[in-house]
Write a protein of this length. Sequence first.
Length: 221
Amino acid sequence: MDSKRLEMLKQIAQALAAQFGPGCEVVIHDLAAKDPEKSIVYIVNGHVTGRRVGDGPSTVVMEQLLHANETPADHLGYLTRTPDGKILKSSTIYIRDTRGRVTAILSINYDISALLMMETAISGLVHTSEEASHGKEERITVLNVSDLLDDLIEQSVTLVGKPVALMNKDDKVRAIQFLSQHGAFLITKSGDKVAKYFGISKYTLYSYIDLKQEEKRHEQN
């Protein structure tokens, strides 16, 4: 990312943080960074998530790093959760260069934990039991890369629908290919942790990942 664009994004970040106060964290990720786990190049109000310059990305950023040739739409107004339990309303804005390639991400994370507590208290007074029974829980995205792998492993097990102890080879292949497709193996030393979790060798792990590539080649032929 060129210096002029970075300075412009810093100016926007400072303005947003000043507008919404200390509960609003604004982060700039450089997707051209050599180490994808150190994508943060600027952050305002980092105390909201405990992150700082040089720290890693969220699920959304990791997915963009994995699918760098795609043109994603901005992801606005979704929920994230910090390791200490804060609930944030987040937005992810993709910054493109003159050729239309995504080179940076501007992320806004606003701490709504106190507001949710107020909402719960008020809704308990004004909503009927019939309305409450129709409520739908929204999935909360993991924010920190340190928790991202654990969350992805949990999602892969949910996808298969059975604990690892009961999984056969096909189940494990399905789970591991899910992890691969969602950028799990961009995380440092993730292969060791995933292999240990599923009770397989690293050689077997990578053979399961390669099965997807083989299937694609057969489909093309």
